[in-house]
Design a binder for this molecule. Structure first.
Ligand code: ADP
Ligand code: MG
Length: 427
């Protein structure tokens, strides 16, 4: 009966779905007219119930009569692979994947072309670019691509065990392991039971040296075994302050790709795609207007569209340019000066105290700050003098020095220029 139940379900789903989702699916037992199935993890159970619940119900009734029901339980087996009856490997996914985060749903433009192609390549040939380090500002699509890699890899290589987690999940898992005196088990899970390990938001581990050390060993173990590693971060690996040098050098030894803020064309297409997905037809000029604003964060654009949709569906208020304008104006950005100081601190690897204090280490950073505050942000020399507790003539000297540093270092000047859409430069 067990195998005929499985066979009947298999015949009703696509080959791909069977290989992806039913790989660990099995009949645990039949109690009266209730069939108890088991799967490897809660996420897959949820997925099966949601997507295939009706199909399974139909088969169960066909085989055991109209009264028959079923239940799916998660098998808690910690058994090693050797003693599994079937040589079927299980996909391991800790965090549920967002069904919208697919390659098909990802709009490719100049700013993310490389990130997209590299991600796609990784999902088709895991292990080829190893590790893959993806970085970029908030809301630019890192998590979207990371999850698309996970999903696509499972699709094209159903036998591979793919794990997508955030670095916070990784940390919690390790801490749990330490608490329960089962660290070896947790280590083994990451080292022996994963073929593709994707860790999102790695910058979260910045000031957590102990967890970094675990990550370092996990990294070496998997990398030596030719397993694919993927990391996402809100910044370039070289700006991961507080990270062990050796870990940073591991991150840099593979493919490092940044996502830049999107150009207007990409913003336009993303906005259009978001609207279409919500069944909202936005007139061309609305989309153009939305895309013309320097909103370099897709989450914000999505938020605006969802609001327009809600008003339209629930209140019957059609979208207007006025509404879009209002929405775009709402979120007040953080203090632009603060933001600039923060960026300069990151670029020069100094703390804010060092920058605003007297430390020699921060001398160059201070000079660039003075230049940017006065020449770009339109501050008065007197104000900067007060901010830094220096004389006006010192500030004038520093402005010149800052200018010289920036001419000598166009890359640095470029980094500061990137701030422009975010900083409300008065000048
Ligand atoms: P990040 O992880 O970089 O902070 P996310 O991946 O969470 O950003 O992206 C934020 C939102 O924008 C998500 O809804 C995501 O689907 C969407 N998004 C980002 N980039 C794109 C893109 N190129 N095409 C379509 N949607 C995108
Ligand atoms: Mg993210």
């Amino acid at each position: 009966m067990h195998s005929s139940l499985l066979g009947a379900i298999k015949s009703k789903v696509s080959e791909k779905a069977w290989k992806t989702w039913f790989i660990s699916f099995d009949v645990l037992k039949i109690e009266g007219n209730k069939v108890i199935f088991c799967v490897a993890n809660p996420f897959i159970r949820e997925w099966l119930e949601r997507r295939y619940g009706k199909t399974i119900t139909r088969v169960v009734k066909e085989k055991l009569g109209e009264e028959a029901t079923f239940e799916i339980v998660v098998s808690e087996e910690e058994s090693s692979e050797e003693d599994q009856p079937l040589a079927r490997k299980k996909p391991v996914i800790l965090s549920p994947l967002n069904p919208e985060f697919t390659f098909e749903n990802f709009v490719v433009g100049r700013s993310n072309q490389l990130a997209y192609s590299a991600s796609y390549e990784i999902s088709t040939s895991p292990g080829r670019f190893n590790p893959f380090f993806l970085f970029g500002g908030v809301g630019l699509g890192k998590t979207h691509l990371a999850q698309a890699i996970a999903r696509e890899t499972l699709k094209t290589h159903p036998d591979l065990r793919v794990m997508y987690i955030t670095s916070e999940d990784f940390m919690n898992d390790m801490i749990e392991g330490i608490k329960n005196k089962e660290l070896f088990k947790v280590r083994e899970k990451y080292r022996k039971k994963v073929d593709v390990l994707i860790i999102d938001d790695i910058q979260f581990l910045m000031d957590k040296p102990g967890i970094q050390q675990e990550l370092f060993h996990t990294f070496n173990y998997l990398h030596d075994a030719g397993k694919q590693l993927v990391f996402c971060s809100d910044r370039d690996p070289k700006f991961l302050e507080g990270f062990h040098e050796r870990l940073i050098s591991r991150f840099k030894m593979g493919l490092v790709v940044g996502i830049e803020p999107p150009d207007p064309q990409t913003r336009y297409e993303v906005a259009k795609r978001f609207a279409e997905r919500e069944g909202l037809e936005l007139p061309e000029d609305y989309l153009r207007y939305l895309a013309s604003m320097p909103v370099d964060n897709f989450r914000h654009i999505r938020g605006i569209i969802l609001k327009l949709v809600a008003r339209w569906k629930f209140l019957g208020v059609p979208p207007t340019l006025d509404l879009i304008e209002k929405e775009l104006a709402v979120p007040k950005r953080s203090d632009p000066t603060e933001e600039m100081l923060k960026t300069i601190c990151t670029l020069f690897d100094v703390s804010k105290e060092e920058l605003l204090g007297r430390s020699r280490k921060a001398a160059d950073a201070r000079a660039v700050t003075c230049y940017a505050l006065v020449k770009n942000a339109g501050f008065k020399v007197t104000d900067v003098a007060r901010l830094l507790g220096r004389s006006k003539s010192t500030i004038s000297y520093l402005i010149n020095r800052g200018e010289k540093l920036l001419t000598e270092n166009p890359k640095l000047a470029g980094e500061l220029r990137k701030l422009e859409p975010r900083v409300n430069y008065a000048g």
